[in-house]
Design a protein around this ligand. Structure first.
Ligand SMILES: Cc1cc2nc3c(=O)[nH]c(=O)nc-3n(C[C@H](O)[C@H](O)[C@H](O)COP(=O)(O)OP(=O)(O)OC[C@H]3O[C@@H](n4cnc5c(N)ncnc54)[C@H](O)[C@@H]3O)c2cc1C
Length: 387
């Protein structure tokens, strides 16, 4: 067992940190307050090859292993969870769904422009009445319909909270066709596609979540990803990949809140001494550090399993559920260390706290990841766990 990064991974990590320090951190607070998207940083991320992080060089990707990619997500999330979520939606949900399931024409058409940042990807699965159960029972809860018409397919339905919606060039849209759940590539300029307004959110305010309306939205039938009826499996695999990326985002925001609060504790003097000398503060810091380090090894191990080609579905859920818990706990405890300053929007802690809360919902709620873990535990004992 070797816990060290390779030389290449160390080099990537240094590059990610440098990028985030220069292009993400300086704007993160202001963008959040203005509820503006990090478009400049995304453009520069594309120039660095980060928007094609895990894609093969053939499609102008950086061909990073998944572990290096989660280091990128972790690093960005330390400065802005919004930026990390936008990038991970584009890479893990959209681009990799095309890479893993697309035919050569689909890959040629979309992956190079996605690597270049000319088409941002989005993933439209959730519907007003299909949330936690979206990938259960063959997607039977999906109201969005795909009706074949000659060489085309006509899509009708509504999708909720589509991350990257208003800046997306390409949507992976899930709909029920005659043979079950399907996934389609729907360009943003497809006729019959309309985006709703950006949903106001508790956190992640420099990311965009929009409703997607499909009204007689016509795309060529050749835009279907994979075989007829493969949509649910495509969604499930994408969610597993995303779960690890979101665990990495939780790691980034948790570790950075520990950093901010421990620095503050050395500077804030009460009762004549820095509060870092108070045992209550030391305990908060010690507990959070312990959880952060436990999460770190779970996240890196799950990414390593992806790179090895091992099954990683259960571990993805472990990482996702634990990552959300650690991020919420860490930002909460570290906000407490800052006292009143933690509650003020002048400090980054309030933003981290609001952003971390999303991680227990986005990418499937914690309760459903617990069901997935329990399924694995009880399968060995012939007990069928249903959600
Ligand atoms: C910020 C944000 C971004 C998002 N981005 C996207 C995106 O890009 N694309 C996309 O398709 N979706 C996206 N989503 C949707 C997200 O995946 C869903 O919110 C999530 O899957 C939960 O669905 P729901 O909100 O309808 O909750 P519900 O399914 O209504 O669940 C409500 C509560 O009931 C619990 N619950 C439900 N069923 C069970 C059960 N069987 N056992 C125990 N508890 C249960 C849930 O855990 C939850 O606590 C996003 C959501 C958010 C908040």
């Amino acid at each position: 067992m070797d816990f060290a990064f390779s030389e290449e991974q160390e080099m990537f990590l240094a590059m990610f940190r440098d990028f985030s320090a220069k292009e993400v951190a300086p704007q993160a607070e202001e963008l959040d307050h203005e509820e503006a998207l990090p478009l400049d940083a995304l453009r520069k991320a594309a120039q660095q090859g980060f928007l094609g992080a895990t894609l093969p060089e053939k499609y102008f990707g950086a061909e990073l292993d998944y572990l290096s990619y989660v280091l990128l997500v972790e690093t960005l999330a330390a400065d802005s969870v919004s930026m990390a979520v936008m990038l991970a939606t584009h890479v893990s949900l959209a681009a990799m769904s095309i890479l893993e399931n697309g035919d050569e024409a689909q890959k040629e058409a979309w992956l190079p422009v996605m690597s270049a940042g000319e088409a941002i990807g989005a993933f439209a699965l959730t519907e007003p009445d299909a949330g936690s159960d979206a990938v259960y029972q063959g997607g039977s809860g999906w109201q969005t319909r795909a009706t074949p018409e000659g060489d085309d397919v006509v899509l009708d339905g509504v999708k909720s909270w589509v991350a990257n919606g208003e800046v997306a060039g390409i949507f992976v849209v899930f709909a029920r066709g005659p043979e079950g759940g399907d996934a389609f590539l729907v360009p943003a300029d497809a006729s019959g596609l309309t985006l709703g307004y950006r949903e106001p959110t508790l956190g992640l305010r420099s990311a965009a979540f929009n409703r997607l309306y499909l009204e007689k939205c016509r795309v060529p039938a050749s835009n279907r990803l994979g075989a007829p009826g493969a949509g649910v499996e495509i969604a499930r695999q994408a969610q597993d990949r995303m779960a690890i990326a979101l665990g990495a985002a939780g790691l980034g925001v948790a570790a950075s809140s520990l950093d901010v609060a421990s620095q503050f504790a050395t500077e804030r003097v009460q009762f004549g001494v820095p509060i870092a000398e108070k045992q209550a503060i030391q305990r908060y810091v010690a507990e959070v550090l312990t959880e952060v380090e436990a999460l770190r090894y779970l996240v890196y191990h799950a990414a390593w399993a992806v790179d090895r080609g091992d099954g990683f579905s259960r571990d993805a859920s472990v990482v996702k559920a634990f990552g959300a818990k650690v991020a919420r706990n860490a930002t909460n405890q570290m906000l407490q260390v800052l006292g009143g300053y933690g509650y003020m929007e002048d400090y980054p802690m309030a933003r981290k706290y609001r952003d971390a809360r999303a991680l227990g919902i986005i990418g499937g709620p914690t309760e459903l990841h617990h069901v997935r873990i329990a399924q694995d535990v009880f399968a060995k004992r012939d007990v069928d766990v249903v959600p």
